[in-house]
Design a protein around this ligand. Structure first.
Ligand SMILES: CC/C=C\C/C=C\CCCC/C=C/C(=O)SCCNC(=O)CCNC(=O)[C@H](O)C(C)(C)COP(=O)(O)OP(=O)(O)OC[C@H]1O[C@@H](n2cnc3c(N)ncnc32)[C@H](O)[C@@H]1OP(=O)(O)O
Length: 281
């Protein structure tokens, strides 16, 4: 079927209790018996967040949000060793202003839906999660990371010569505190799972093969609280950050477009991409 956004979706029934829907880059398996949906990003090689993935992400969340049977979402990756490499740098390089604006709006939309969700959201971080990947995780209610010191998480934007916008910074501050955020963002720090746990960036570190089962167990604990009370509390806690972006949404897009279009910033991003490619070859 074609959704109102023009994204093709495949629907399938895999049992009486489980429903599945899949787009190009997102697959969702909804378990009607538990009320839990597992949403997986599947954009090889590194789940970088391009315009299409962000759009599919927002549509999938919207569908779950209006599904009365769905009370919680586990967000994870179908790609081994990678949760998400963050924003697709090629979406921010060598394109025109209209494209940058459309891309940024899609990112804002996805974030407003994820951070503002009424459902319980748990990030099952089964791999590296820099920058935009960290934003996804920090926007959830709870974070469980795989215990593998090769994986890192953090807002490393300054290492690319770019700057995390105020709404990334706000939720990072709410998660790890002002001082830790200041240091972390200025230096563009990436943390191992153990260090991320120490500063409170993730809530639990578990063996790689236990990430999903732990997420399900944590979900059951959160489900023990009456939905209406938990939802009103979540909304009370998150409303100021949501309102701030909604109020300044157009200015934020303008700011991004003018910043990213600068020659010096384009050059920094190109150098970073070349560095990534060299490392891989
Ligand atoms: C004043 C302020 C106002 C407004 C705001 C202004 C600015 C905007 C800020 C925007 C916020 C930005 C957020 C972001 O998310 S930027 C992206 C940051 N991401 C990273 O730095 C991660 C980079 N990637 C890695 O570190 C590694 O790839 C990773 C994830 C650890 C995996 O490592 P590995 O398995 O070894 O894989 P490779 O490195 O070999 O990568 C494989 C392949 O993927 C390409 N690639 C990797 N990451 C990205 C990416 N983010 N975007 C696009 N492409 C990516 C990589 O180049 C390889 O490609 P190849 O062709 O060589 O196969």
């Amino acid at each position: 079927t074609l959704s109102p956004y023009g994204v093709h979706q495949k629907h399938g029934q895999i049992s009486n209790q489980r429903r599945q829907f899949s787009n190009t880059y997102i697959s969702v398996e909804m378990d009607d018996a538990t009320g839990v949906a597992v949403m997986k990003m599947k954009r090889p090689p590194v789940n970088s967040l391009n315009l299409e993935l962000l759009t599919e992400f927002a549509i999938s969340l919207e569908k779950l949000e209006i599904d009365r049977g769905c009370r919680g979402v586990i967000l994870t990756s179908a790609i081994p060793k990678i949760f998400s490499a963050g924003l697709d740098i090629t979406e921010m390089c060598g394109k025109n202003a209209d494209h940058y604006g459309e891309f940024w709006r899609a990112l804002q939309e996805m974030w407003l839906k994820l951070y503002g969700s009424n459902m319980v959201t748990i990030a099952a971080i089964n791999g590296s999660s820099p920058a935009g990947g960290c934003l996804l995780a920090v926007s959830c209610d709870y974070r469980i990371m795989a215990d593998n010191k090769k994986y890192t998480i953090g807002l490393n934007e300054t290492q690319l010569g770019i700057v995390a916008p105020f709404w990334f910074k706000d939720i990072m501050t709410d998660t790890i505190g002002h001082r830790a955020t200041e240091r972390s963002l200025e230096l563009g720090m990436l943390y191992s799972p153990t260090d991320a746990l120490k500063i409170g960036l993730v809530d639990e570190v578990v063996a790689e093969d236990k990430v999903l089962s732990t997420a399900s167990a944590v979900m059951a604990q959160w489900f023990a609280v009456p939905d209406h009370a938990r939802q009103l509390t979540k909304s009370m806690m998150r409303k100021p950050n949501l309102d701030r972006l909604v109020t300044h949404r157009e200015a934020d897009i303008k700011n991004f477009v003018s910043f990213i279009s600068r020659d010096s910033i384009q050059k920094s991003l190109q150098i970073y991409m070349e560095m990534l490619k060299k490392k891989g070859s």
